[in-house]
Design a protein around this ligand. Structure first.
Ligand SMILES: [Zn+2]
Length: 490
């Protein structure tokens, strides 16, 4: 089947892309709502009208409960939906409740015959916590099935999705991803143990995604299983996940949980509905509390789906505007563990440079210590190293834009609030004069020391200019190596 993935816009490792499969198009990042093939509470028409162009469902449940009907009608007619279907193999169900003898062949043949556009090959989720030999066995089992499926059913109309397993064993995750790419998979899906998400182990999730992403080519899209939570979505997008799936919208709704973009609330303790989606606009907390369980689940599901959609759209907009880092940071304030995960992401700043545009048409915000690790600054720092050349014996530090009355025997430098001295020729190059810092972050390394370290005999400040922005934190913020070398040169 025709399968293409085209990257349109990028920021960090996140991208807005177009995934085309079976003549249908999905714009990514995208979240596939998971529907139950037997007991679906939200009619698929409602999902279509909310703009959901693709759904995930479980092929094992269809196989075990509606097999004949599905084979006759095909999945689209069976479930009343024209969009893209991704079917999960049901590896988990086979393992947990499997009363049917079913192998990769049965699963693949069934998925192809019912007409899934995208189908995950029969895998075995690693789970957490897990002993290493069991984790390794889950990787081997999943890969063996994946490879055999691609070899035998590669010509089918269905595009096969290769499941990456390995859990928290990052070397296994890497190996799993690499071997799937080598086998020829064009679309991979990372198994994220439910327990990792439930236990707020977001920093581990960051490590897992980075391990997988490093092992697969940039052009290959990556799905993250079961990560349909508004809080983690920007983080996962920033690390290079393109699609998600989740049943959380309905699972949360069933237990009266109300998603917001800054966390999940419990209907029981709410007085107001802080949302203006059509579902919320038409009801109130009192009305919701008085509804029957089924109707309340329906309304809350619609609301949750609307929040998830909004978050996906926010991610796309942030990529497009080059402010994905800011979005991840804003969301990270919702939970301390998310803040930790954001800090972990900052440690992978070099990985994030790949998709970060060299030029952005908006100010670069530095609001926290973690922002100092922004890939934009790292890129600027390496540009700076290439652009700095000492031409004269003297340097002059100017605070504002430079005019034309400069002396020919002096090299002029501006001061960037984070990077310190930079050749004035770079002043209109992003982000040297486009960086906005909070007061606490306006602590550049001492430009005088930096320039002395470059070998300038004299460093002056332009007469009449205000001092470059400095704060009491300057000395602590200065790079220790520059400080000691300039101290010795005195
Ligand atoms: Zn709402």
């Amino acid at each position: 089947m025709e399968f293409t993935f085209e990257v349109k816009e990028t920021d960090l490792l996140g991208r807005v892309g177009e995934l085309r499969v079976g003549g249908k198009t999905l714009e990514t990042p995208y979240m596939f709502p998971v529907i139950h093939p037997v007991n679906q509470q939200i009619p698929t028409q409602e999902l279509t009208s909310m703009g959901y162009a693709g759904l995930m469902t479980n092929s094992y449940i269809i196989y075990s409960r509606r097999r004949q009907e599905a084979l006759e009608k095909g999945i689209h007619s069976l479930l009343g939906y024209d969009g893209v279907f991704i079917t999960d193999s049901g590896g988990y169900q086979v393992l947990e409740y499997g009363d049917l003898e079913i192998g990769y062949k049965d699963v693949a043949e069934f998925q192809a015959r019912i007409g899934s556009e995208l189908a995950v090959t029969l895998d075995r989720p690693t789970g957490y916590p897990q002993k290493r030999p069991v984790a390794k066995a889950s990787v081997d089992y999943s890969f063996k099935n994946a490879k055999a499926t691609l070899d035998e059913f590669g010509e089918e109309k269905t595009t096969w999705v290769g499941p990456i397993q390995g859990g928290l064993y990052l070397d296994l995750v890497r190996r799993s991803a690499k071997s799937l790419v080598a086998a020829g998979f064009e679309f991979l899906a990372l198994g994220s143990p439910v327990q990792v998400m439930q236990n707020y182990m977001y920093s581990d999730l960051v490590d897992m995604i980075v391990a997988a992403r490093r092992a697969i080519p940039y052009s290959v899209p990556l799905h993250l299983f079961g990560a349909g939570h508004p809080l983690t979505m920007p983080l996962a997008v920033a690390l290079g996940c393109d699609t998600f799936d989740s049943a959380s919208y309905v699972l949360f709704a069933r237990s009266g949980r109300y998603m917001t973009r800054s966390g999940v609330l419990t209907l029981k303790s709410m007085k107001y509905l802080p949302c203006s989606c059509p579902a919320c606009a038409a009801t109130s907390v009192t009305e919701l509390s008085e509804m029957g369980h089924q109707e309340r689940t329906r309304v809350l599901s619609l609301h949750n789906l609307s929040v998830l959609r909004e978050e996906i759209e926010s991610c796309k907009e942030a990529v497009s505007e080059g402010r994905l880092w800011d979005l991840v940071e804003e969301r990270s304030m919702a939970h301390p563990k998310l803040r930790d995960a954001f800090a972990r992401m900052a440690e992978y700043s070099r990985d994030l440079e790949v998709g970060t545009p060299a030029l952005k048409d908006r100010g670069l915000f530095v609001r926290s210590d973690l922002d100092r690790a922004r890939p934009e600054l790292a890129i600027a720092k390496s540009n700076l190293a290439g652009a700095t050349s000492k031409r004269s014996k003297a340097a002059r530090v100017v605070a504002g834009p430079s005019g034309s009355r400069e002396k020919a025997d002096e090299d002029l430098y501006g001061v960037h609030p984070v990077l310190g001295a930079y050749p004035i020729e770079l002043q209109f190059q992003y982000p040297f004069s486009q960086t906005e810092t909070s007061l606490a972050q306006a602590a550049p390394p001492d430009p005088k020391r930096q320039l002395k370290a470059l070998g300038y005999a004299t460093v002056k400040k332009r007469a009449g200019e205000g001092k470059p922005v400095r704060s009491r934190r300057t000395r602590r913020g200065a790079s220790p190596s520059l400080r000691s070398s300039s101290a010795r040169s005195r």
